[in-house]
Design a protein around this ligand. Structure first.
Ligand code: SF4
Length: 167
């Protein structure tokens, strides 16, 4: 019996020894920059402002990313955010043999100051906000006061300009 067991043991193949592998040199992927929601909304607003400033001819997205020091991944996310809100358009264009996007403003604010104060631009609930959702413009606590404030500011500007401008 003992001999049989010994014979079986001898026949069992040995597990191959693990050899330590030399570490491979690999290109390190670009680490995504962690940003707070506050930083993201601020950047979204800045991207929109820059696109509006470039006017109807639009601007290559890479120019905006360069100006704001954004990675193309972060920049694209912000542009998609603005596109979803209907504030900008993204059109695929071939530029020097490479496909990229041109960003054009779809809506122009009456003045730059008004977009800085618009609650939706900097709203942390924007992605969840819809007309039939739990978070919606109908129950928004910020939209109404902003509209009233804007209307007051416009009225004040018209009154300052005099009766000709009010017509
Ligand atoms: S309507 Fe109100 S809740 Fe909705 S995105 Fe604008 S500010 Fe945010």
């Amino acid at each position: 019996m003992k001999q049989k067991k010994r014979a079986q043991k001898r026949r069992e193949p040995k597990a191959p020894k693990k050899q330590a592998r030399a570490p491979r040199k690999q290109a390190q992927p670009q680490q995504p920059v962690e940003r707070t929601e506050e930083e993201l909304v601020d950047l979204t607003s800045r991207v929109y402002k820059l696109v509006v400033e470039r006017g109807r001819d639009g601007v290559l997205q890479s120019e905006i990313w360069k100006e704001l020091g954004l990675t193309s991944r972060d920049g694209s996310r912000l542009a998609i955010r603005l596109e979803r809100r209907g504030l900008i358009g993204r059109v695929k264009v071939l530029e020097e043999g490479r496909w990229t996007y041109k960003l054009t403003p779809l809506r122009f604010p009456t003045d730059m100051a008004s977009i800085e104060k618009a609650p939706c631009i900097i709203c942390q609930y924007e992605s969840k906000c819809s007309v039939d959702g739990e978070v919606s413009p109908y129950v928004c606590p910020w939209l109404g006061p902003w509209v009233i404030e804007e209307a007051r500011a416009v009225r004040a500007r018209v009154a300052e300009a005099g009766p000709v401008a009010a017509r």
